[in-house]
Structure formats: C-alpha cells, structure tokens
Design a protein around this ligand. Structure first.
Ligand code: SAH
Ligand code: SF4
Ligand code: F3S
Length: 467
C-alpha cells in the first residue's frame, strides 16, 4: 500500500458486543495505524467507518441497522468514505448486507480481520474498475502467527495504556442450543502459547500492567502441538507463563465455562498473587431441566459445588454470572429455581437477558417459546432481586482497604483518579487537580473505601503503595 497516500486518514470504529469484539477493534486500530489510519472518536471527517457488530440477541443486531443508516448522508457528501461492517453480523449475513444497505462498501467477517489493510487496498483498486464492494467471510481452522499481536507495536501510533486484552483463542465448539456464536465465530482454535507470550511481553514493554486473556471459553484453551518437542499447554500453564512476565501486575480472563473449570485452575488462585480475585462463570439457569435443554453440560449441583469450594477457599473472590430468562419451556418453577440460586450464591453482579430466538440455532425450532410479557416480567423480578444483593455486597466493602490499579483521571471529576480493585470494581478517589496521575498511573495503591454506589466505589488514597 502506498504509505504516503494513506497518511493522516481518519478511522472511526463503533463497537458492539463482547470482549472478543473489543479485542478485534483494538487489533483493527493497530493494523490500520500501520497503513496510515489514525483512530478518532468522532465520525466527522472520517475516511473509513467500521461498525464492529454483534448478533448474539435480536436487539444487538437491530442496533447495526440504525447505526449504519446514520452514515448514509455522510457517504453521499463524501463518496471516497469507505463504510465497512465487520464482526458477527458481517459473518452471519455476508453478501446480504451489501444487497440490503446501498451505501455499504465492505463486509469483513470474524476470521478475516487481519486481512483488512489488504482488503482496503483491493477495494480501492476495484473501485477504479467500477466494481464497488468487497465481502470477506468464512472460517479457517488454524491461526497463523501474523493474525494477532497488533495491539502494541512500536511502529503504530497507539497510546500506552494500563490494561489490555489479549485473545488466546477464537470460535466455540459448544453449540449451546440458544447461541449463535459458534455459527458466527467458527470452530474453536487456540493460538500458540509463544505468540501469546510475545504479545503480552510487548504490551508489558509499552506500559501495560494488567492483561485480560479473552476467548469464548478460555478453560478449553488447547493449542495444536506443532512438533514433537512441544509441551502441552493447558490454560493454567498459560496463566503461569503470563504471570512470569515481571512487569505484568494483574491477570484476568474471560469467559470461563463451568464444565471446564479444573481443580488445577482453582488451586492457582491460591498460589499466584497476580491472578485477579474475580471469576465470571455464566450459569444461565438455576433449573436442571432448562440447563439440559440449553445443552450446557453441567447440573445446578455441579455448578454450586464448584462455586462453594471457590468461595470457601477464597472468601474475597468476586463472582459474576450470566442468566437467560424465558428460555422456551421455562416454567414458573424453573424460573423460581433461578431466583433461589441468586439468594444462595450472592453474586457480586449478574448480566441478565431475555431469551432471544436466533436463526440457525437448535432452540429456534423449540415449541413453547414464551411470550414477551412473561420474559419481561421475569427479567424485572430477577434484576430487582440482584440489585438488593449487589447493594448489600458493595456496602460491606465500606471501611476496607483495597489495592487499586490506577488507570488515570476519572471521567466524572477533575479532582479524582480512577482504577479497579482486584475483584474488578471501579474505585474513584480524590487527588488534587494539579497532581498529575503520571507516576501513579499503572501502579497499585491501597485505597480506603468510604462510599458504595450502584456501579462504583469511592475512597481515599492511602500513602503506601500496595506492592
Ligand atoms: N461463551 C460464553 C458466553 C457468550 S455470549 C459462555 O458460554 O458463557 C454472552 C451471553 O449472552 C451468554 O452467557 C448468554 O447469557 C447470553 N446469550 C447468548 N445467546 C443468547 C440468546 N439467544 N438469548 C439471550 N441471551 C443469550
Ligand atoms: Fe455460546 Fe455456549 Fe459457546 Fe458460550 S459456550 S459462546 S454460550 S455456544
Ligand atoms: Fe456478540 Fe459476536 Fe461476541 S455475537 S457476544 S460480538 S462473539
């Protein structure tokens, strides 16, 4: 690509969906900065607009259509503007999107992100020959070394950050009956441990102190051995390797599948202080009947046994989960069983959703789909119950001293800095307007918690460093 011609082009990306899309967005920014695209936070004046989309629920998918509609006038006023749809809706609908959205130029699926610079070049060449769209979708069963690792590259203009996510795998082979992810992310493939460690090391060198390892089911991380001398690398072994990188202070991972959490991983929380005290473990339902219909591969008793063990070993661990209400055939008793689990486990936070019928999934054809009103009523009851539980949990933290990894100045107030506890809670605390966060940013300091709010804690900085 002609680097000179590409200089100072503006890139605007809108991201929907989960940790995988957030990570892909960061990769796209890194990749495109190498060919002269500078990331901006406003669409005005953009040369390339990318919508990185999610199709996990119908509502998520609808967001795309209203978002892309907003750029129609901008494209008419500036025909050289390239509009691209990436992510899970791109993968799911491919060519259909080009037919449906007149001002759309490119569709780039989830396994083709690394090809973006080449695809843009191809699009620009094609345009001169009056073919005017590109569609790149489809899956591969192997991850090449050069597909990832674009988050921190000395040749990019990416700003240094305190936290970053690193993708350790893509796809999913679980085929839960409600879920579209395996159809839009493809088969589960793990990256090589060496590639992951090299990426974490270069992030650490650029100032990153907290790493979140991401995948749809990180516990089943299982890289292909390329030659006989390679050692097998379980997810726990990978965590140990990451912890061996001295500048990394904290390690998180998301998402874990309850059926694949090993005793080895549970034990690691006891021996590895860099492992953050937080586990996101999606339960989905408190009814064995519903879990069976969902094809989740564990029972309520198996889930609670693992969690009780973790909570007994590590009482300070924060536990969060995902719940779906109104799955086809969920009776009032099934739903009440989910409500009972909330009381029993006392999750720190839950992400709860009304079941949404997804095309191509097994549950799409299930009879006894529930009416919207029942789903809404159950979601409201669930969320109200969790609100009380979460408020009590947060209030119990007031008066404690917690180590906080400082991320920078708070968005809400000039007088405050912000950071996160090991258990993944946001803490804002006072620091004078003149005192620069530089020096504190990226360090872990003790903060005395003074107030608890719905989504954050407030505190005061203690003078001593935590580590
Ligand atoms: N791999 C993760 C979750 C990925 S999707 C896991 O197995 O836990 C994130 C969450 O979206 C899921 O945990 C589930 O709660 C929700 N979800 C997925 N498909 C859904 C659907 N069809 N309707 C409603 N919620 C859904
Ligand atoms: Fe979807 Fe199940 Fe895979 Fe999670 S494990 S991404 S819910 S199919
Ligand atoms: Fe959505 Fe795709 Fe993630 S469907 S939840 S962005 S894997």
């Amino acid at each position: 690509m002609n680097q000179k011609m590409q200089k100072n082009k503006l890139l605007y990306i809108v991201t929907f969906g989960c940790q995988m899309n957030d990570n892909d967005t960061e990769r796209m920014k890194g990749l495109l900065s190498k060919v002269g695209y500078q990331d901006t936070d406003s669409p005005d004046g953009a040369d390339l607009i990318i919508l990185n989309t999610c199709s996990v629920r119908d509502k998520a998918e609808q967001k795309l259509y209203s978002a892309v509609g907003r750029f129609k006038k901008q494209k008419q006023a500036k025909p050289s503007l390239i509009i691209c749809i990436a992510g899970c809706v791109a993968e799911q609908q491919g060519e259909e999107l080009i037919k449906r959205i007149e001002h759309l130029d490119m569709v780039v699926g989830t396994n083709n992100v690394h090809k973006l610079p080449a695809l843009i070049k191809e699009f620009e060449e094609q345009k001169n020959r009056s073919k005017n769209s590109i569609v790149a979708t489809g899956f591969t069963d192997k991850i090449e070394g050069d597909e990832y690792g674009y988050l921190a590259d000395s040749s990019t203009s990416m700003p240094a950050k305190t936290s970053a996510s690193v993708s350790i795998m893509r796809g999913c082979d679980n085929y839960c009956s409600y879920c579209i992810v395996p159809y839009v992310r493809g088969p589960e493939v793990s990256r090589s441990p060496d590639d992951i460690i090299n990426e974490v090391q270069s992030l650490a060198n650029s100032g990153v102190r907290e790493i979140t390892l991401v995948g749809q089911n990180v516990n089943s991380y299982n890289p292909l051995l390329t030659d006989e001398t390679d050692d097998e690398c379980s997810f726990t072994s990978l965590l140990k390797k990451v912890a061996g990188i001295s500048k990394i202070e904290r390690i998180r991972f998301v998402t874990s599948h309850p059926k694949d959490i090993t005793d080895e991983l549970i034990a690691l929380f006891g021996s590895e202080p860099k492992l953050a005290r937080h586990l996101h473990l999606p339960l989905q339902s408190g009814s064995d009947k519903v879990l069976g219909l969902m094809k989740r591969g564990y029972s309520v008793a198996e889930y609670t046994e693992k969690l009780e063990r973790i909570k007994t070993l590590y009482p300070d661990m924060s536990i969060t989960t995902d719940i779906i209400v109104g799955f086809p055939g969920e009776s009032a008793d099934d739903f009440n069983a989910t409500m009972d689990i909330l009381d029993k486990i006392n999750f720190d936070n839950i992400f709860s959703f009304m079941y949404s019928k997804r095309p191509g999934t097994e549950a799409e054809s299930f009879s006894n789909q529930l009416p919207l009103e029942i789903k809404q009523e159950r979601l409201q009851r669930l969320q109200a119950a969790q609100k009380d539980i979460a408020a009590k949990k947060s209030a119990s933290l007031v008066g404690t001293k917690m180590p906080v990894l400082i991320e920078g100045r708070s968005k809400n107030s000039d007088d405050e800095l912000t950071g996160r506890t090991s258990c993944n809670r946001v803490v804002n605390f006072r620091a004078s307007k003149d005192s620069s966060p530089i020096g504190l940013e990226g360090s872990v300091m003790n903060v005395l918690i003074t107030d608890a709010y719905a989504n954050s804690l407030k505190g005061s900085l203690q003078t001593e460093r935590s580590v």
